[in-house]
Design a protein around this ligand. Sequence first.
Ligand SMILES: [Zn+2]
Length: 419
Amino acid sequence: MLGKNRVIFPGEKVLLALSGGPASSAMLRQVQEGLSRETAKRLRFVPGLVYVDEGAVCGQSPAQREQNLAQMEALLQETGFPYYLASLEQALELPGSVLRRGPGAAGEPCPSYKAAVEGFIQQQRQEAAEGDGDTSSTGLSAQHGPGGDPAAPHARLPAATLTAELLRLFEAVETLTAKEELLQMLRGHLILHTARTRGYTKVMTGESCTRVAVKLLTNLALGRGAFLAVDTGFVDSRHGDVTLVRPMREYMAKEIAFYNHFFGVPTVITPPLSTKRREKTSIHRLMESFLLGLQLDFPSTISTVYRTGEKLSAAPAEASSELQRCLLCLCALDIAGEEELALQPTLVTEETGNGAESRAAFIPLLCYSCRLTFKEMGSPATLPPYVRAEARHRSCRARMKEQIQEFLLEDDQEEPGAS
Ligand SMILES: [Zn+2]
C-alpha cells in the first residue's frame, strides 16, 4: 500500500503512532517486513515509534498503567527502532504553537518521487564508498524512554498533580461524545508535537477500513461533513510540515485480526475511555455498534461506507491566515457569511464577562463542529493551557486586525488612480 502511493520518500523519518491495538500492531509488523525485504519493493524510510499512555482517563490505577507501559515498552524495544513513550498528561504542557500550521508543504512544489529515490540511492552508494558501509544501523540505535531511574516506583508515570489536572479537565466535560473528541484532540496534538520536536515529517496511524467507516459516519453526525476527506483520507496535510498517513485504511478489522493471529503479532489491550455510571453513550460508540451490527447481517456494509468516503474530494477550502483555521482541529473554518443565523441557537449565550477567557471569545475561532464540542466542555478555565494561550494569541491578532482594518487595502480593491 505504501509502495503504491509513493507518499513517503526514501530516507524520510516516519513516526508510527502505536496504540497497542490490533491495527497499529499489524502496521508495525508490516513496516518491519517491508524494511527487511531484499527486493526492489523494499521500504526505505527511517521509522520511529510513539505510544501515548491514556491510562489516566481510562480508569487505570497507577500500578496498572505501570504494567501496561512496561509491556508496551518491551514490545517497542524489541523492534530496535527509536521509540518515545508519552503520557496524555504531557498534553497539558504543550506549547500553543502546536495549534499553528507548520511552514512548508502546502504551497511549495513537491520534489518528484523519482528524483528523491535517485538521490537516496546515490547517497547510499556514497556512504558505502566512504567505507562505513554499515547503513543498516543508522538511526536505529538510540532509545528514548522518558528520563529517570527505571527502578524507582512509578518512574514512568507523570507527576500526580498533572494527572489530577487532566482528570479535572475530563470531568468538566458534560458528555461522553465531547470527551472522546477531547481525547482524540489531545492525543493528536501530542503525537504531532513529538513528530515536530524529533524531526519527523510523516506520521503513520493504524486506522483500519472499519475504523475509517465508523469515523466517517461519526464525523458526519458531529457536523464535520466539510472535513470528512481530510479526517479520513489516506493523506492528511492540514498541519503543513507534518503529514499524517493512514496506510491501514484498506484493511478490514477482520483481516487484521487474521493477520495478527497467523503471524503471531503481539498486541497490548487498553481499556476504552472510562465512563460515569449514568452517562449516556457517545456518538462514537453508537455509530460503531450500529455499523458493526449491520455488518453482521450485511457483510458489505463497512466496505460500502468506506468506498463512498473514497469518492470525497480531498481538496479542502484553503485558509490564507491562521485566523481562518479552527483553533482545535486546524481545518479551514467552514462558517463563512450566512452561518451566523444557522448557528445562533446552538451558541452559548451566557457571558461570564472575564474578557478573553469567556466562552464567547472562543466561538469565532472554532469550526462548526468544534463549536458544538466546545459547548459541552467545561468552563474555558479548565481547558488545556496550550489551547487557552493560543486562543488569547489569536483573539489578540483578530482585534488588532480589526483596529487597523480601515487602513488596509483589500486584495480585490482597485488601486487609487487606476481607471
Ligand atoms: Zn474544528
